[in-house]
Design a binder for this molecule. Structure first.
Ligand code: GLU
Length: 283
């Protein structure tokens, strides 16, 4: 039998709040209940938003909360070569193309078309650069233009055929990655993105059960496609409900009052904070 391996994968872009505590405890519990292993992964690929002090603070907050995890902690920024290598494999398969559009170009193209298919995160990329002739691509790259590398989802799907993935709360799901459109997998100077990094690292780290908030449910459709292209066994998934504030909005890093730091400074014990995060029966 395979050991259950779960992980919590925060981005150090702010202080952890109760929603993060819920997610971390959810993954930790799933591993402990199964006699398995729990990992912490730092998703710090965005140097503009991630800060070492947030990483230090989140590690301290999670330990204070009573969580334990395996060492060493994988920090994504130290493994960009792994992501780059998998990106190159996808490029070799012909399912990645350079996109030179700025946000403004995309908005203008959508306005020009008069309508745009929408996905869970808003209008989809209209495909402007998908079929650019190779000569134009090369010319623009040689001229030093900035570009993103996008996945040609239709082409990728044609290669993999139908795919499914399993969610412990919602059952088997038919993968429909086209609902996200041709997502960005990397950029000219960054060989990875959330989608590529998370898929590659979950595979490399042997994660067997991905637990995370239901806000990432749709992303899993795409991750399943990347797994199939790269020849990975898919993990099992459990997308959990999100904690909400008094107004019914999902907690965000700006809800400072609910940060684990502020609750701790206000004198709450780890057990009390675990209970606030939905885990009242002790750790
Ligand atoms: N790093 C992501 C975030 O902080 C979560 C990644 C995941 O659990 O798949 O939102």
């Amino acid at each position: 039998m395979t050991d259950t391996v779960t992980r919590f994968a925060p981005s150090p872009t702010g202080h952890l709040h109760l929603g993060h505590a819920h997610s971390a405890l959810f993954g930790w519990r799933a591993a402990m209940d199964a006699g398995g292993r729990f990992l912490l992964r730092i998703e710090d690929i965005d140097p503009n938003r991630c800060r070492p002090e947030f990483e230090r603070d989140l590690i301290e907050d999670l330990a204070w909360l009573g969580l334990t995890w395996e060492r060493p902690v994988r920090r994504q920024s130290e493994h960009l070569d792994d992501h780059r290598a998998e990106l190159v494999r996808l490029q070799t398969m012909g399912v990645v193309y350079p996109c030179f559009c700025t946000r403004k170009d995309i908005a203008a193209e959508i306005a020009r078309a008069g309508h745009a298919p929408h996905g869970p995160d808003g209008p989809l990329y209209p495909g402007t650069c998908r079929d650019l002739p190779e000569s134009i691509r090369r010319e623009r790259m040689e001229a030093g233009a900035a570009y993103a590398l996008r996945l040609d989802v239709a082409k990728a799907r044609a290669m993999t055929g139908p795919l499914r993935w399993h969610d412990r709360a919602k059952g088997w799901q038919e993968a429909t990655p086209e609902i996200l459109g041709d997502v960005v997998l990397a950029r000219k100077d960054t060989p990875t993105s959330y989608h590529l990094g998370v898929t590659v690292d979950d595979h490399i780290q042997g994660v067997t059960l991905v637990t995370r908030g239901e806000d990432l449910f749709f992303a899993t459709h795409l991750h399943r496609l990347l797994q199939a292209l790269l020849g990975y066994d898919p993990p099992d998934y459990h997308h959990h409900g999100l904690l909400r504030n008094e107004r019914g909005e999902r907690l965000a890093k700006r809800d400072q009052a609910k940060s684990l730091r502020s609750l701790r400074e206000a004198g709450h014990s780890p057990a009390q904070v675990r209970a606030m995060a939905g885990f009242s029966d002790g750790v």
